[in-house]
Design a protein around this ligand. Structure first.
Ligand code: 5RP
Length: 234
């Protein structure tokens, strides 16, 4: 049986594709995670799907594009993306997001930054108003492996509570990203909307940080799937 959360993911993703994908769009960014599965599914059902080239944000996303028989492209070839769809771990009232729950934040930010339109899809647990209130604690930060200890110290000094993201029992040690780096999850408590940009700049200034999971002022719209079967557009 499909859970309510799963239904919420599907309805917001379908609505986001139906309302935003235009006949003149050619290059589409496909994000990562469980909500974006429905984005690829919806695009894969379109009669004109062959007109699109889809740019992935990681291994899972590439697989989704292939599984839905969509044309696969890459950022090296297509540096300008018409529209990108992605999930989020948290969304605040200004559409700032925390992303990187799946450790794909660098590729996701590259794709989002290259897109003329960046659309977020998420179930209503993610719409927290203020970042740092969600159940997944912390801002994911991708770091160069041998810099992790230095960066843990620096994050603590600016008030964070950082931990290196562990791997799985099958793959012991830290999580390794598609780019060969580590992820640090850093809990800053609630991050007031007015402080998100400044916090992002402070983290990015630390030598050894590759990218942060704070997506500041990047999304144009968010489609939130509610448990009652409705979709809220922000
Ligand atoms: C991966 C991400 C995902 O988009 C984010 O974690 C949301 O995933 P889901 O749709 O499964 O909740 O940022 O790095």
């Amino acid at each position: 049986m499909t859970s309510l959360v799963e239904k919420s993911k599907k309805i917001c993703a379908y609505a986001a594709v139906d309302e935003n994908l235009k006949p003149n769009h050619k290059i589409i960014g496909i994000g990562s995670g469980s909500t974006v599965v429905y984005i690829a599914e919806r695009i894969g059902h379109l009669p004109n799907k062959d007109q699109f080239t889809c740019i992935p944000t990681g291994f899972q996303s590439k697989q989704l594009i292939i599984d839905n028989k969509l044309n696969l492209g890459n950022l090296e070839e297509f540096s300008k993306i018409d529209i990108a769809f992605d999930g989020a771990d948290e969304i605040d009232s200004n559409l700032n997001c925390i992303k990187g729950g799946g450790a794909c934040l660098l590729q996701e930010k590259l794709v989002a930054d290259s897109a003329d339109n960046f659309i977020i899809v998420a179930d209503d647990r993610k719409s927290t108003g203020v970042l740092g209130k969600g159940w997944k604690k912390g801002v994911p930060i991708e770091v160069v492996p041998n810099a992790y200890n230095k960066i843990l110290n620096e994050l603590s000094k600016i008030g964070g509570n950082p931990t290196v993201r562990p791997g799985t029992p099958a793959k012991a040690g830290p999580v390794i990203t598609d780019n060969g780096n580590f992820i640090i999850d850093c809990d800053f408590g609630e991050i007031p909307v007015a402080d998100v940009k400044d916090l992002n700049s402070k983290i990015k200034a630390m030598v050894g940080v590759v990218e942060t999971g704070l997506f500041v002022n990047m999304a144009q719209k968010a489609y939130i799937g509610n448990a009652d079967g409705t979709v809220t557009t922000v």
